[in-house]
Design a binder for this molecule. Structure first.
Ligand SMILES: Nc1ncnc2c1ncn2[C@@H]1O[C@H](COP(=O)(O)OP(=O)(O)OP(=O)(O)O)[C@@H](O)[C@H]1O
Length: 365
């Protein structure tokens, strides 16, 4: 049986400039139907601009926006099967909850009885079935957020764009809403393209993440792939906490750092190539100084609730962050051990395409 693998949304070599200011630089991405995607990157990197090109609020300078295989560069926003949930919700304060949700349907001249039914359905999807008559000022921030989602869902979009929809919520509610949004996406099977600068949120919610910086997508992949195999310093630093140490790839599966040679799981580089090595704080185990693969001296530590965050330095003055369930003695040497597969070796300035090609090659060997 033929499988339909055509992406529902595709950006093909998309560039966007305002005057001399290039905002998007050769953006290529594909979204499959029914998945949860996240654009993740620091403020100003172009995440919202990508959403706006998909929604039809911003025209691309060059390149194509495709929907279901057709180029839609010139299709007006209101004719795209895409709806947006904005950061500030953009609810109408003088309308009640049901009127807010009904607004788009009225604009599209949907018959009255169908409007009532669809509004009720959309409110039920976000667990606000009994809130239709409430004024916007009479509901909480989390409920307003859900009204904004219901207002987008009522239009039955194929793709829902969400621009930092959780940023106005307090930490506890934000976590609850992460579960709710993920659950909603899975129940409805609509494609979500979610924007955040919060890496924990991206890791928790997404099927796939696109990590961005300065108008470019640096790496796309599942949360686990990106966490375990960041392609460069920026991604390793932005996703999770990392120790990033300069090193040298002696040969396949053998890397040197802090003056010692370690077995690792990476290959496909030039002999003696300068690299950076990533070790995650939670992958490091503390042992007695004379039993460690590396010896570091503890500088300071903070109790983080379920672990101690220990800052230590090696003999080359590299800083090491270690997460440990036990405290360490400040000023004392400790040994660190780790497994070969916990060492992630990164080439300097490697592109995602070159990284993928190399991975394929040495994994096949
Ligand atoms: N209409 C515009 N005219 C000129 N510059 C713009 C316009 N819209 C956005 N920009 C610029 O484009 C860059 C990217 O903005 P964008 O809103 O896409 O970033 P972002 O990653 O979503 O940031 P944030 O997380 O802060 O919302 C910024 O430098 C911004 O100032």
């Amino acid at each position: 049986m033929a499988v339909n693998t055509q992406p529902i949304v595709r950006l093909n070599h998309v560039y966007k400039s305002y005057g001399d200011h290039q905002i998007l630089k050769d953006i290529n991405l594909e979204l499959e139907a029914g998945k949860f995607y996240t654009l993740l990157g620091p403020s100003g990197c172009g995440k919202t601009t990508i959403l706006r090109t998909v929604a039809g609020f911003t025209a691309v300078t060059s390149g194509d926006v495709e929907f279901d295989g057709a180029v839609i560069n010139d299709l007006p926003a209101n004719q795209r099967q895409v709806n947006t949930v904005f950061q500030d919700y953009a609810l109408f304060p003088h309308m009640n909850v049901a009127e807010n949700v009904a607004f788009g349907l009225k604009l599209h001249k949907v018959p009255r009885n169908e409007i009532d039914q669809r509004v009720q359905e959309a409110l039920a999807m976000v667990q606000l079935a009994d809130f239709g008559d409430r004024e916007i000022s009479e509901i909480s921030g989390g409920q307003q957020q859900r009204v904004a989602i219901a207002r987008a869902l009522v239009m039955r979009p194929k793709v829902l764009l969400l621009d930092e929809p959780l940023s106005a919520l307090d930490a506890k509610l934000r976590k609850d809403m992460q579960y709710e949004l993920r659950d909603l996406q899975q129940r409805l099977g609509i494609t979500f393209l979610f924007v955040t600068h919060d890496q924990e949120e991206a890791l928790a919610m997404s099927d796939e993440i696109f990590v961005m910086n300065a108008g470019k997508i640096l790496q796309g992949g599942t949360p686990v792939d990106i966490y375990d195999e960041p392609i460069n310093h920026f991604v390793a630093n932005f996703i999770g906490e990392s120790n990033i140490i300069p090193g040298k790839m002696l040969k396949d599966y053998q890397v040197e750092f802090v003056g010692k040679t370690f077995e690792c799981a990476d290959g496909g580089m030039r002999p003696n190539e300068a690299v950076e090595v990533v070790l995650r704080p939670e992958d490091l185990d503390i042992v007695a100084a004379d039993q460690g693969k590396l010896v570091v001296t503890v500088d300071s530590q903070l109790f983080r609730g379920n672990y101690f965050e220990i800052v230590a330095y090696d003999s080359d003055h590299n800083e090491w962050l270690v997460h440990s369930t036990n405290p360490a003695d400040e000023g004392e040497p400790i040994g660190l051990t780790f497994d070969p597969q916990d060492i992630h070796v990164m080439r300097l300035n490697e592109s995602e395409a070159a990284f993928d090609a190399r991975l394929e090659q040495y994994e096949d060997d």
